[in-house]
Every structure is written in C-alpha cells, then in structure tokens.
Design a protein around this ligand. Sequence first.
Ligand code: UDP
Ligand code: MG
Length: 314
Amino acid sequence: MTQLISLVVPFYNEAEAIPHLRATLLPCLEAIPDTTWEIICIDDGSTDTTLLQLVALAQADGRFRVIEFSRNFGKEAALTAGISAARGTAVIPLDADLQDPPELIAQMVAAWRAGAEVVLARRIDRTSDGLLKRKTAAWFYRLHNRMSHTKIPENVGDFRLMDRIVVNALNQLPERQRFMKGLFAWVGFHTVTIDYARAPRAAGTTKFSGFALWNFALEGFTSFSTAPLKIWTYLGALTATGTVLYTLFIVIYTAVFGNKVPGYASLFVAITFFGSVQLMSIGLLGEYIGRIYVETKQRPSYLIRKTYGQNDAT
Ligand code: UDP
Ligand code: MG
C-alpha cells in the first residue's frame, strides 16, 4: 500500500537554492518505499525568479504544487497555507535552503510507520549558525519554557513529520498570528525525536535579520505565556513594601537625628525608578493589547494570488 506524504516548502527569494533543492530532494524521496509525494511550494512574495522556477517545476513534474502569495506574509503564514493545502497522510515542513537535510526524511517516515504521530528532527550541531544566534536561541528556549506551560523542545525547528491527525488538529486552531513552533508543541501527540547536524545554507542568504528574530521571540513569549503580564503585580508589591520600609526608616531617622539634608536625591531616584517601572509595564500591556487588536480584526494570515499544479486547486 503506498502512502501519500506532503512536503511543505516556503520560498522567499530562494532562486539560487531551487536547483540544489530539486537535485537533492527528489532522489531522497524516490528512495523511500511505498510512498508517493506531493511537494507544496509556497512562494511568499519573492521578488526574484523563484516563482518562475517553481511554476516550471510544477509544469514538468506533477508532484509539485505551487501556492503564490499576493505578497510577503512571512514563513509562519507560508507554513500555515502549505499545511492546510496538504492532502498527504503525513506532512513534513522543510526549509528551501537544504538546512533541513532531506536524507533524514527516510528515517522520519520509518519512525512514523512504527507508530509515532510526530517525528521531531533535533539539531545536535548548530555550528553552521553564528555564535550569537546559537546563544540567543538557547536563551529564548530557556526563558520561554520557564514562563509557559507549552514547552518548546530546544534545537528543534519546523522540520518534522506530522501525522494527518496532528495536521487536522493544527488546521483547527483559529488564531491568525501563528507562532508555528509553539502551535506544533501545543497540539501534543506521541512524539519521537531524531538527531541530526545542521548544515550551512546551500545557497543564498538568511531571510531573518536580528530584529526580525527579536520580534519572533517576542511573538513566541506573548503567544504562549501570560507570565510577563503577571510579574508586574509582584514587582509592584515588592517595590511598595520596600517603599513602606524606607518611609518608616526616614520617619525614625528624622525623629532621632533630625532632618539635616533635604531628601532631594532619594526623591529624584524614587520618581525616576517608579516612572520607568510604569513605562515598562505599560509597554508590556501594549504588547498583549496589540495582539488582541490584531486578532479581533479577523484578517486572514495570508492571501493567495494563484495556485499551480494538480488541477490548480488548493
Ligand atoms: N522564508 C519565507 N518567508 C520569509 C522568510 C523566510 O518563506 O519571510 C523561508 C525561506 O525561504 C526558507 C525558510 O523560510 O525556506 C527559512 O528561512 P532562512 O533559511 O532564511 O532562515 P534561517 O535558516 O536563517 O533561520
Ligand atoms: Mg536557513
């Protein structure tokens, strides 16, 4: 019995990577017994020849399907679109730059056939990423998992195999701002982990700047934890207690020694300190309120201009 498995590959200006991807991916897939494949390519508003190349692929090879976005909506939206368009009994998101090794797919399929509902690919060697990226990623996971009930496994990207049952669960989640790593972890199911070493990009350059990654991390925290909202209550209580003690101290001190120096310095410090605490907590409220605002607008997370391949239907 052959099983249809869907690959979901997001592309944002990956013209240089496509020839590498095609040459490496297809032999890997064809070597896996009893499978047929569909490769769902999402063109996330590329401005180079990515779309042209993808459409040519879809015309030459019926396994390729292309979803063209109306503009760049980001990788999370691209994955969401691909996963909801997938028809396979299992779905595997894959980066276009071959940093997720297609050689691993055979192992993932084997683990899935042995009963796993989710097969995670964990990077044991991230030396292909810079030191700063590795360190900040490690901090992100540590802080996130301490604050949130949804634990995101460390060093696991979007590269994984998901059974149809998991994909259906994901497709049901209604939120528009989709932090996929968190959503993947949130749905749960029987999970097996496979280790691999992360290779450098096959071609082209990274599409995520430092600031984009910072916003991504912020999205992760605020999507899956309300702890940042709550700590201010405790911080407020703590500083209030401190203030009461300090007031007592001043009263007694003045009663005993008299008021020698007017408390200009301490007053100034207190005002700026509380001012900054308030600004920070207001900013934090803003993060969440901003998210509520965006969700209530109920805008779709992406728009499709056109689809190509397999009867051109999504
Ligand atoms: N990507 C995308 N939309 C974006 C940014 C990235 O679809 O706005 C895709 C990109 O084409 C690639 C994958 O997401 O297939 C991972 O991007 P990249 O390799 O640049 O990220 P990194 O590996 O540096 O974290
Ligand atoms: Mg990459």
